[in-house]
Write a protein that binds this ligand. Structure first.
Ligand code: X5A
Length: 623
C-alpha cells in the first residue's frame, strides 16, 4: 500500500513539429522535469512505481466515438504536412506520429491508477501523463488534449467497480482553461444523465468569458440539468493573479462543503498546474505549497482514495515543485506552511459568492447562508518525559496535577510539546485522566508559549474553560465547542455550540475552524477532546486530520482517557497521515444552528478574512 506513481517514458515522444506559438508550451520536458524533481527529492522511490499501459480501443470507447478513435489511430501514418492540416481543424491541438501511442498510454495510466486504488494495491496516486485530457470531447481533440483521461477513469470506476453511489468527484486544479463544456463528458451536459453519480467541480480562468475557450457554460450559473442538477460546479476566476488564499477559500467554502455532503467513494483530480505561479497560460499566483494543502484536504474525502492525473502546467520549475508537493501530500507528509498572510481578493470572493448562490438550491450545506504516542517523523517515544522536578514546578498551580498518574502524564506532555515545536516529532496524542485534563491543557498552552510558539491555536471540544489568566494578546486563539451559545468574546476567544448533525459539524469545521486556523497560522495546534465533547469518532478524526494543514502538521491531541479508549488509536492513525473514516449519511444542520454560526462568522470576518464568502464584508465590527 502507499502512493502509486504512474509514468511511461514513451509519453515524452510526442512534440510539436511546426511553428505554432499557441501549442509551443506543451513540451516533453514537462514530464521529464517533474520526474527528475521527484527523483532528486527522493519522492519517486517512496512511491509504488507502475509503468503505464495503453488503454485498449474498447476502453477508449467508454467516452470517445469509434470514428474519432480510428481517426487518431490514423495519424500514426501521416506525414508532417497531413498532421499539420488535421491539427488545424481543432482548437489548440497538434498531432505527432507518436500521439496515438502517447494518448493511449495517458488514458491507460489513468485507468490503471483507478485500478490500483480501487483494488487496494495503493491508497492513492498520481499519473504523470501527456497529452493531457480534460478539454477533449467525445469526437474531438481540443486544447492539447486527445483522449479524456479523467473522464475515462470516471467511467471505468463506475463500470468496472460498480461503486455504489457517487463514484467520483472531479476537481481540476487548473484555472488555465475551460474545464467545462466538454460536450457530454464531465460538465454541464452531464445533466442529461450520462454521468449520474459524478460530482464535477472545476475552477478555471474565465475573465467574464474573455479567456479561452470563451464558453458561456463555464460560468457559475451552469449547474447541470435534469437529474444532474447541482452536480456540475463551476468556479470561474474573473481575474488573473489568484493565489493561495483564493484557492484555499474556494476549497473551504465551495468544494469541500459540497464534497463532504456528497460523500464520494473516489476522488479523481484533473491536476492542472497552470494554476501555479509563473505559468504562462494560467497567470495565477499559487505557490507550490498550496498544492500540498489542497491535496491534503482532498485526502480527507473518500477514505483517502485520491487519483490525480496530470493535465496542464507549463512553467517547468513551478510544475516540478508543485508535483513534488502533491506527491508529498499523497504520501502523508505534513504540508509546509503557506507563505504570506492569507487574504482572499475581492474578485475571488465574488466568484465564490456567485457559485455558492447558484448551488445553494441543490446543497443543504450551502443553505446556511443565510496513552502517549509520538508520531512521524519521530519514533514512538512513550517513555520520554520531562524530569520529575520540572513537571512538579509546572504543575504547581494545579492541585489536580500534584501527584501520581496525572503528574507522570504531564511530564510526557511537556516533553511532547517541546519535541513538536523543535521539529523532532511531527505530532502527538496523549490520553489524559479526566480530572487532570483542564489543568494539563492549561500547562500545555503555557509550555508551548514558553517554548517559543509565536501563535498557538487551541481547539477545545466539550466542557472546558479557557484558562482564566491566559493573556488575550493574540498569541493564543481559543476555539471552544460546547453546549452553549455561539459567542466571540474577542477575535481570539470564540465559543460555538456543539453541532449535532453532520452538516452542522462540517459547516463549523470548514466554514469556521479552518478559515480561522489558516488565517492565524499557528506554530502548534492543541486539539482537546474533553468532558461531554459529543463528537463521534469519525468527526473527531476529521477534525484532527484537517487541523494538520494550518500548522505544518504540528498537532498535539489531548484526549480524555475515559470513556472511549479506542478514540486515541483512531486519532493516532490520522495524525500519521491515514485517511479518516467517512462521516456517514449527511444530515442537515438545524436552522437555529446555522443562523448562530452565520452570525458569529459575520462578527469575526472583518478580522479573519479567510471567513469571507462574499465580495462585501459584513458590517459588524468586533475588536
Ligand atoms: C490542457 C491545457 C490548454 C489549452 C490552451 C489553449 N490546455 N490556449 O492546459
Amino acid at each position: 500500500m502507499g502512493t502509486a506513481l504512474l509514468y511511461h517514458e514513451d509519453m515524452t515522444a510526442a512534440r510539436l513539429l511546426w511553428d505554432d506559438p499557441q501549442c509551443a508550451i506543451e513540451t516533453p520536458e514537462r514530464l521529464t522535469a517533474a520526474l527528475e524533481r521527484l527523483r532528486r527529492r527522493g519522492l519517486e522511490r517512496r512511491c509504488l512505481r507502475l509503468a503505464a499501459r495503453e488503454a485498449s480501443e474498447a476502453e477508449l470507447g467508454l467516452v470517445h466515438s469509434p470514428e474519432y478513435v480510428a481517426l487518431v489511430r490514423g495519424t500514426e501514418a501521416l506525414d508532417v504536412e497531413a498532421l499539420r492540416e488535421l491539427s488545424a481543424q481543432y482548437d489548440a491541438v497538434y498531432f505527432h506520429p507518436s500521439t496515438y501511442h502517447c494518448a493511449r498510454l495517458a488514458a491507460g495510466a489513468a485507468l490503471q491508477l483507478v485500478d490500483a486504488v480501487l483494488t487496494g494495491a495503493a491508497h492513492n496516486g498520481l499519473a504523470l501523463v501527456r497529452p493531457p485530457g480534460h478539454h477533449s470531447q467525445r469526437a474531438a481533440a481540443n486544447g492539447f488534449c486527445v483522449f479524456n483521461n479523467v473522464a475515462l477513469a470516471a467511467k471505468h470506476a463506475k463500470q468496472s467497480y460498480g461503486l455504489h453511489r457517487a463514484p467520483s468527484i472531479s476537481s481540476r486544479m487548473t484555472p488555465g482553461e475551460l474545464g467545462v463544456g466538454h460536450g457530454p463528458f464531465l460538465g454541464p451536459h452531464s445533466g442529461s444523465g450520462a454521468w449520474p453519480g459524478v460530482l464535477y467541480f472545476s475552477w478555471h480562468r474565465y475573465e467574464y468569458r474573455h479567456f479561452w475557450p470563451f464558453l458561456r457554460e463555464s460560468d457559475a450559473d451552469a449547474v447541470g440539468r435534469g437529474r444532474g442538477l447541482g452536480f456540475t460546479v463551476n468556479l470561474p476566476w474573473n481575474q488573473v493573479g489568484m493565489g493561495n488564499a483564493d484557492y484555499l477559500a474556494a476549497f473551504l467554502h465551495v468544494l469541500l462543503p459540497l464534497a463532504f455532503e456528497f460523500d464520494p467513494e473516489l476522488v479523481l483530480v484533473s491536476a492542472g498546474f497552470d494554476s501555479a505561479i509563473g505559468d504562462p497560460e494560467g497567470q495565477m499566483q499559487a505557490t507550490p505549497e498550496c498544492f500540498a494543502h489542497l491535496t491534503q484536504l482532498l485526502l480527507a474525502l473518500a477514505g483517502g482514495r485520491v487519483c490525480a492525473v496530470l493535465e496542464g502546467g507549463y512553467h517547468l520549475e513551478s510544475l516540478a515543485e508543485s508535483v513534488c508537493m502533491t506527491v508529498q501530500a499523497l504520501l502523508g507528509d505534513p504540508a509546509p506552511p503557506l507563505p504570506g498572510t492569507l487574504v482572499p481578493c475581492r474578485s475571488a470572493l465574488e466568484s465564490i459568492q456567485s457559485v455558492r448562490a447558484a448551488q445553494a438550491p441543490h446543497w443543504a450545506s450551502l443553505q446556511h447562508q443565510e496513552a502517549t504516542l509520538c508520531l512521524p517523523p519521530g519514533v514512538v517515544r512513550q517513555e520520554e518525559a520531562a524530569p520529575q522536578e520540572e513537571a512538579e514546578a509546572w504543575a504547581r498551580p494545579h492541585g489536580a496535577l500534584a501527584q501520581g498518574e496525572a503528574l507522570t502524564v504531564l511530564g510526557k506532555v511537556l516533553c511532547l510539546v517541546d519535541r513538536i515545536l523543535d521539529g523532532q516529532v511531527g505530532s502527538g496524542i496523549t490520553a489524559i485522566p479526566a480530572p487532570a485534563l483542564a489543568a494539563t491543557l492549561d500547562v500545555s498552552i503555557r509550555r508551548g508559549l514558553f517554548h517559543g510558539a509565536q501563535r498557538l491555536l487551541c481547539v477545545a471540544v466539550g466542557q472546558l474553560d479557557r484558562p482564566p489568566d491566559l493573556a488575550d494578546d493574540g498569541r493564543t486563539l481559543w476555539l471552544n465547542f460546547r453546549d452553549e451559545q455561539a459567542a466571540a468574546l474577542s477575535v481570539f476567544h470564540v465559543s460555538v455550540p456543539l453541532p449535532g448533525a453532520t452538516g452542522g459539524f462540517l459547516s463549523c469545521v470548514l466554514g469556521l475552524v479552518l478559515p480561522l486556523a489558516y488565517g492565524f497560522q499557528p506554530d502548534l495546534v492543541l486539539v482537546v477532546l474533553g468532558p461531554a465533547h459529543g463528537l463521534q469518532d469519525p468527526q473527531a478524526a476529521l477534525l484532527v486530520t484537517l487541523l494538520r494543514g494550518p500548522a505544518g502538521g504540528r498537532v498535539l491531541a489531548l484526549v480524555e482517557e475515559e470513556p472511549k479508549p479506542q478514540l486515541a488509536g483512531i486519532l493516532a492513525r490520522v495524525l500519521h497521515g491515514e485517511a479518516p473514516p467517512s462521516l456517514g449519511p449527511f444530515s442537515a444542520a438545524s436552522p437555529e444552528f446555522t443562523q448562530a454560526l452565520g452570525h458569529l462568522r459575520g462578527q469575526l470576518e472583518v478580522h479573519w478574512k479567510m471567513l469571507q464568502v462574499a465580495g462585501e464584508a459584513g458590517d459588524t465590527v468586533l475588536s
